[in-house]
Write a protein that binds this ligand. Structure first.
Ligand code: NAD
Length: 279
């Protein structure tokens, strides 16, 4: 089985660079899907309260028999819980639903700059959660540099990660550079743009030449850029395909070709205009 490299976060905690995402995995299928991902070899699961499937993730982790210390679990604070007290309670619920004593990484899911709670207050609650020891690292998701700058100016703990949308049609090199400059690891969500980039002739051309699939080429591009990725799939075949990234390399020209496909095209919302609170 290929070895997935680990990346050290800014507090020394190690995160496997390749994980498995469970966005849009139906709650009733999650335990089985995650169990399959663990069998394939994934040791990093990315979930969120918003996905409604934390219980299934916890069930699969518990039933796997794998040492807790070998599986890295991330979850995220849902948008309706940005106030301090709500955030603390939401974290307790996340831990309970996952059936864990300690979470590996907890993120603010979206900054929600237009709501009546300032994300700086939310980050201070995250700092409390971190200091209390039940979470090994804290971070943010969908934060732009100007959102991060406010955290640097007004709070103490530098986020360990920033999980943002990144794929060949949205290279995000400006945000990634800002993250790196501040010792924040970038995690790339929707790394294959939910499949949208896989038919691009530049990508299929490289895949054919290397005898790899388009998804492998795109995921390998992320890995070589140093980002953390966690593609989602429901089929074992694709889970295996997406896991087989560590026995080939893209050369400098192929890397540049993929980065050159950037057209600033999001599949998800722009964090500056997204203030959605689930009902
Ligand atoms: P993704 O880019 O991983 O694409 C997943 C889709 O691509 C699947 O539905 C599947 O149909 C298809 N697919 C997967 N492997 C394939 C393969 N080898 N060949 C062909 N098609 C394949 O998209 P995603 O699920 O949106 O993102 C991955 C993870 O990122 C999520 O599961 C979630 O954990 C995280 N995420 C986070 C946020 C956030 O706001 N923080 C937003 C979206 C996703």
């Amino acid at each position: 089985m290929a070895t997935v490299p680990s990346i050290a976060l800014n507090n020394g905690v190690e995160i496997p660079q390749l994980g498995f995402g469970v966005y849009q995995v139906p709650p009733e299928e999650t335990a089985e899907t995650v169990a399959t991902a663990l069998e394939v070899g994934y040791r990093h699961i990315d979930t969120a309260e918003m996905y409604g499937n934390e219980k299934g993730v916890g069930e699969a982790v518990a039933r796997s028999g794998i040492d807790r210390g070998e599986i890295f679990v991330t979850s995220k604070l849902n948008n309706g819980f940005h106030r301090r007290d709500d955030a603390l309670r939401a974290f307790d619920r996340t831990l309970a639903d996952l059936g864990l004593d300690q979470l590996d990484l907890f993120l603010i899911h979206w900054p929600l700059p237009g709501i009546d709670v300032d994300y700086v207050e939310t980050w201070k609650a995250m700092e409390e959660i971190y200091r209390d020891g039940r979470c090994r690292a804290i971070g943010v998701s969908n934060f732009k540099p100007h959102h991060l700058q406010r955290l640097f100016d007004e709070t103490e703990v530098v986020p360990a990660v920033n999980q943002i949308e990144v794929h060949p049609y949205l290279a995000q090199d400006d945000v990634r550079a800002f993250d790196a400059e501040h010792q924040i690891v970038t995690e790339a969500w929707s790394p294959i743009a939910q499949g949208k980039v896989l038919g691009d002739p530049a990508i299929t051309g490289i895949a054919e030449r290397l005898g790899r699939t388009p998804a492998q080429v795109v995921l390998r591009w992320h890995v070589q850029r140093g980002d953390v990725v966690f593609p989602k799939s429901s089929s074992r075949e694709r889970m295996e395909e997406n896991f087989a990234l560590f026995d080939f390399e893209l050369d400098r020209d192929d890397m540049a070709t993929l980065t050159g496909l950037d057209r600033g095209e999001r599949t998800g919302p722009d964090p500056d205009n997204f203030n959605y609170i689930p009902g």
